[in-house]
Unconditional design. Sequence first.
Length: 214
Amino acid sequence: MSRPPRSSRPVSRRPAHGGEGQVRIIGGRWRNTRLQVPQAEGLRPTSDRVRETLFNWLMPRLPGARVLDLFAGSGALGLEAVSRGAASAQLVERDPALVAALRGVVERLGAGDQVQVAAGDALRWLETAAPMRADIVFMDPPFAAGLWAQVYERLPRHLAEDAWLYVEAPAGAAPLPPADWRLHREGGTREVGYALYRRAAATLRGDLNATPSA
């Protein structure tokens, strides 16, 4: 697939729709909790419909999972994961207003023992933070910045052996991950393509251990 042009500006993810708004957690113990979305360049919260699809795919893997939400934005993905049973989530966000909003909602939910918010550039965080062995990674960078390949390069030290990776990208221009990832499911809207991958070694081991069909 073709890759979007790169930019040197690793700003907060997702194109803004203009003005402050809200998204909601759609499932689990925090269901219907509203998350404030400050106006910010590069912010485009994942839609309810796409998140519902994603978490249906992930449901068997969520209980007890360690989650890494890069370019966290509104926090809808990482917080949704914990709401639905993940053990913990590390949210990484650069924009100060979004960081403040994330920390506010974590405090409001009383989730400080499960959800950590790191303020800073996601690429730098991947390079300098202690390895966390994440079971599930959400990767939805600002489309204009074209950061997918740079994240792929820096991600392995933070992954569990059988990790899952969710990627969003412009429709028709989704950059493929390295060969050590295998596609599990994919979908799309008019503007956005999304896909869920699993590390290839875990996929192959599962295939080898599967019971042969009759």
